[in-house]
Design a protein around this ligand. Structure first.
Ligand code: SAH
Length: 456
């Protein structure tokens, strides 16, 4: 076997000098790099080598010998086990600095675009900001139904009643559903056996409206004793307006199935964002941090700088939030989205806000963009807000053929955003502005917004 500079279980003292994009601290021992998760730049730590490889190793922090000045108390009992937060152990200012650096670094390294990230807008709330949770259900060690999170790289449930990122009342919903399951003998879904009923608990709340949706994701077309569940949820959570079953009978990691059944109340909740009311169905995407999403949309609107004369194309529009929030400053808005329920929401959202210059197409972004080009529709400004994997070359090529004066790229993945911006920059659309908005405090995610302007 090949000799490695350090062996498994060696204890080393390291000074952490950098962080990787997935948040692990970087320390060096005689030129050999050791990655140590949950450390901070400036820490001196004692680390145990857990995985030595030829040119680097993974370590586990055993003790912080000299703490970095960025350190703070994690204030979460499961921070060491849960994979949700990356940054509970460092101050929020330091987290923002790191995230801004990531965005800039990705644009420089992946995109070869040496553009400065002008600023990172902090989230107005650092805790309790999440308006949505999808909580796995399993069987606890005592045999009772348990809601929590999956231990990293496994499907073992670690119970967690109150996650700091979600509002406190989510734990009351968890308690209520757990009690109902125990009372009526409704079993958690067992992945391996393919038996049992409840797979996930999906909660969403409208941060401005206060409306709450509770959705049981189950391996069943029908939920027994649903009336009892509805009665108890309505008693415990007075703001609940929608109780649903989502049917997911397919094995695998996908959380939601394609079909929802309304058990009680409305089939969608309403929230107010940027002064407009939005209907949001369970299958539709909606930004999970309301107040920071408003900052994100405002930043995108600043970059678009619409005058009222433009046709605006909102690709990957979800329930229409970005485009509709700017529609009063555009002549015409066209939105494109692939999920039919979200498109239905977007159309209804335009009507309920009295917006008459908007239309929505239910299609793949690439297909729709190609069709728009073929029919000679040339938007002046294009908003791109793709999922994490970014845009396909087909989408980018169609957008280039539209020859808009501006393209605004919004993305929750600065790596794919950098790749796609580089593609556009090489074809006549240099990046004129780049900034970040922190929609996901304490986690390893951040939103990127870039403005690309047609060069003469
Ligand atoms: N702009 C919206 C949604 C952004 S999330 C907002 O801010 O709320 C990305 C959206 O792209 C999701 O709604 C997702 O359903 C949609 N989507 C994913 N793949 C797509 C594709 N190939 N074509 C069109 N829309 C797609």
């Amino acid at each position: 076997m090949k000799q490695t500079p350090l062996s498994k279980n060696d204890i080393v003292t390291l000074e952490i000098s950098d962080l990787t994009p997935d948040g692990a601290g970087v320390g060096k021992q005689k030129g050999y790099v050791v990655f140590v998760p949950k450390t901070a730049v400036g820490d001196v730590v004692s680390a145990r080598i857990v995985k030595p490889l030829a040119s680097y190793a993974y370590g586990k922090c055993e003790a912080v010998l000299i703490p970095s000045k960025d350190r703070c108390e994690p204030m979460c009992p499961v921070f060491s086990k849960c994979g949700g937060c990356l940054f509970r152990h460092i101050r929020y200012e330091a987290e923002l600095r790191i995230k801004k650096g990531w965005v800039e670094e990705n644009f420089k390294r992946i995109g070869s675009l040496p553009v400065l990230c002008s600023k990172i807008l902090p989230s107005p709330q650092v805790d309790g900001y999440r308006n949505k949770a999808q909580i796995p259900c399993g069987t606890g060690e005592d045999g009772r139904p348990s809601f929590g999170f999956f231990a990293p790289h496994s499907h073992r449930i670690i119970p967690c009643g109150d996650c700091s990122l979600a509002p406190a009342f989510y734990s009351a919903v968890i308690r209520c559903v757990s009690k109902w399951m125990e009372q009526y003998g409704i079993r958690p879904y067992d992945e391996e056996a393919g038996r049992g009923t409840v797979r996930h608990l999906f909660i969403r709340d409208g941060r401005t409206s206060g409306e709450v949706m509770v959705c049981i994701v189950a391996n069943a077309d029908f939920l027994p004793h649903a009336d009892a569940l509805a009665d108890s949820l309505r008693r415990e959570i007075p703001n609940v307006v929608s109780i649903l079953l989502n049917v997911n009978k397919k094995p695998g990691n996908r959380i939601l199935g394609d079909r929802c059944v309304t058990l009680w109340g409305k089939d969608a909740i309403t929230d107010v964002l940027c002064g407009l009311a939005f209907d949001i169905s369970p299958l539709s995407f909606y930004q999970i941090n309301h107040d920071a999403a408003e900052l994100l949309y405002r930043t995108a609107a600043d970059m678009a700088a619409l005058s009222g004369e433009e046709t605006l194309l909102d690709l990957y529009c979800g329930v229409g939030t970005i485009g509709l929030s700017m529609a009063s400053r555009a002549k015409r808005l066209v939105g494109v989205e692939i999920i039919p329920e979200a498109v239905e929401n977007a159309r209804r959202n335009a009507r309920r806000n009295g917006i008459a210059n908007a239309e929505f197409i239910c299609a793949d972004a690439g297909e729709a963009a190609k069709r728009l080009v073929q029919s000679g529709q040339m938007p002046d400004v294009v908003m791109l807000d793709p999922p994490r994997r970014g845009c396909t070359p087909e989408v980018l090529d169609a957008v280039l053929r539209m020859a808009p004066s501006k393209i605004v790229m919004i993305s929750c993945n600065s790596a794919t955003a950098a790749r796609d911006c580089a593609y556009l920059a090489a074809r006549g659309y240099p990046v004129s502005r780049l900034c970040a908005v922190d929609l996901f405090p304490r986690t390893g995610h951040v939103e990127t917004v870039a403005c690309l302007e047609k060069s003469n």
